[in-house]
Ligand binder design. Structure first.
Ligand SMILES: [Zn+2]
Length: 277
């Protein structure tokens, strides 16, 4: 969890150096972290950051945006993020972070919208050409959030996946849509990358294995919770009766599993109602 003690540093971001500028994926959780990242980039290259791709508008990935914006970068995000920026919820979240992460997030920290809002209506991906490097900005659907975006760097066989992918740990599914999430896993697998960088935790150098774990876990939850919803069972009772041993050994089980299961239970209930109406 982000805290004043860890200075909000619990999420990943990445950058790609081309011969014409630097492309950043995600701006981290505070302006101070973003400034640190700019310094790190400057230790590799004198070229400016030309673009920042926003994986999604969740608090732990966005409050560094103002630093890149002030440095002249073009911010690119999915159009659904615009509704978030303009929402009451976004203001409340920022206020909460100003208190929880003070002084790293404070009264000068602001919400930054994109310069380019992508809606992916006409294409599931956009090609971003910077110098002689081609990058693919790919629609992540509404998997983890309404505005998920992936960034693929085909020349390096690397994908930045934000929070729709977890490496060696269970994902946090709350707020997400697990049906679409499974489709995104299939999409990720097709990219056949040598490495995938998640929004949290270490990078995966064995994406096939991690995609399989993410997929198997989400399928298991949907199947178990689908049955529980269909049989009109009480969530707690159903939860206690499930044999979780397959996933209990995976890191973050204690922190994530019960909430994930409840979220999927509600999703499956909703799906049943939709079927019937
Ligand atoms: Zn997130």
């Amino acid at each position: 969890m982000a805290s004043a003690a860890n200075k909000g540093f619990m999420s990943n971001s990445g950058f790609v150096i081309t011969d014409a500028g630097v492309v950043v994926y995600d701006a981290l959780a505070t302006p101070a972290l973003a400034r640190g990242m700019l310094e790190a980039i400057a230790s590799f290259t004198d070229l400016p950051v030309t673009h920042v791709i926003v994986s999604h508008y969740h608090a732990d990935h966005i409050y560094g945006l103002q630093v890149f914006k002030d440095a002249g970068a073009t911010i690119i995000a999915k159009r659904n993020g615009k509704a978030y920026i303009n929402s009451e919820h976004a203001q409340q979240r920022l206020q909460q972070r100003r208190e929880a992460l003070f002084p790293w997030v404070d009264g000068k920290t602001r919400l930054i919208g994109a310069d380019i809002w992508l809606d992916f209506k006409t294409a599931p991906r956009y090609r971003l050409q910077v110098g002689n490097t081609a990058l693919d900005i790919i629609d992540g659907g509404f998997s983890h959030s309404p505005d998920d975006i992936l960034l693929s760097v085909p020349s390096e066989s690397v994908v930045f996946a934000g929070d729709i992918f977890s490496s060696g740990r269970l994902p946090f599914l709350v707020d997400g849509n697990t049906k679409v999430w499974l489709q995104s896993m299939a999409k990720l697998a097709k990219l056949d990358a040598a490495a995938i960088v998640p929004g949290h935790g270490h990078a995966s150098t064995n994406p096939a294995k991690d995609i399989e774990l993410n997929t198997r876990y989400i399928r298991f939850l949907r199947q178990q919770m689908g049955t529980a919803a269909e049989e009109l069972r009480d969530f707690n009772e159903a939860y206690e009766a499930i044999d979780w041993s397959e996933f209990r050994v995976v890191p973050l089980f204690e922190a994530a599993n019960r909430r994930n299961a409840y979220h999927v239970f509600l999703e499956m209930q909703q799906a049943l109602f939709e079927e019937e109406s």
